[in-house]
Structure formats: C-alpha cells, structure tokens
Design a protein around this ligand. Structure first.
Ligand SMILES: [Zn+2]
Length: 158
C-alpha cells in the first residue's frame, strides 16, 4: 500500500485523505536502538490541484517508542507534523513522477518524517541521566513561570 493521489480525480475536485499508513510501507530504514517506529503513521491531508502543481496540506503523526539517551527510561512520543505542506510541481525540472495518473506521496512523507526524527531522545528536556532518579531536588529548581509569562506576552502581541 502506498499513499497515492490520483490526478484525474483531483482535477474534478479536491481530495481529503485521512487514514493510517503501516509503518512498514513508509520504509523508514532507521536502525536506531533508542527510537523505534512500530505504530502506523496517521495522516489527515487536504489535496488540491493548483496550476501545474499539487498542493498537499495537513498533519502527520507517527507514534515513536523511545528510550531516553541519558537515563534509558522507555517513553513514547509522537512525531507530529501539524502544519505540514507539500508542493509537488507537475511541470518543469522538479516535476514529480506520475504513474498511471497517480503521484505517490510516500517518499515525500518519508523524507520529512526522517528530517524530524529525534536524534537524541530524552524523556524530558532536562533529564539528568541515571543519577537523576535520586536527585529529586531538580524539580524544586524548575521555574515554569518565566516561560508562561513569555507565552502570555506573545499572545498579547497577536
Ligand atoms: Zn531520561
């Protein structure tokens, strides 16, 4: 199975693609002991035919089973591309391959998922490693407030 867009269907009206792609079909070819993709990729995409191009926008979500690079604690996280957009030219030098009126989105999805793949997975950004288990003090030192104010400031600017 591949995630394909049929251009002839697309010419008549836009498409909405929603579903799951088995991770084996995504063929990530990642051999990282700390990050494993075993669950299917969930996609929710709108596809439009522009002038000599196809525009795909939407979200991709791939659940990952990770092991923290510092403390080896297993944890799960989602690789989430929320505002994903893909522009596929149908003409010119960067023209995408079209087979039986279909464009396969899978290689482009694979590429962007790999770009976002965690290289150094951490159970949390400030994980102190194995000795962290006993160092409970770390929690008291955390200061969420400034971050919160920064966010509020941003909201005000909008
Ligand atoms: Zn950790």
């Amino acid at each position: 199975m591949m995630l394909k867009v049929n251009l002839r269907h697309l010419a008549e009206h836009g498409l909405h693609l929603q579903g799951e792609l088995p991770v084996a079909d995504l063929d990530l070819d990642v051999h990282d002991e700390l990050v494993r993709a075993e669950q299917p990729l969930a996609y929710d995409l709108a596809v439009e035919l522009l002038h000599e191009a196809v525009l795909v926008t939407g979200s991709l979500r791939l659940p990952l089973a990770c092991e923290c690079a510092r403390c080896l604690k297993p944890f799960t996280t989602d690789l989430h591309l929320a505002g994903w957009a893909l522009h596929l030219p149908l003409q010119g030098e960067d023209q995408v391959p079209v087979e039986n009126d279909c464009v396969d989105l899978t290689p482009f999805i694979r590429e962007d998922i790999l770009l976002d793949f965690p290289q150094h997975p951490l159970c949390r950004p400030d994980c102190g490693g194995l000795k962290d288990k006993t160092a409970r003090k770390a929690k008291a030192v955390e200061k969420p407030a400034p971050d919160l104010w920064a966010k509020l400031d941003k909201l005000k600017l909008k």
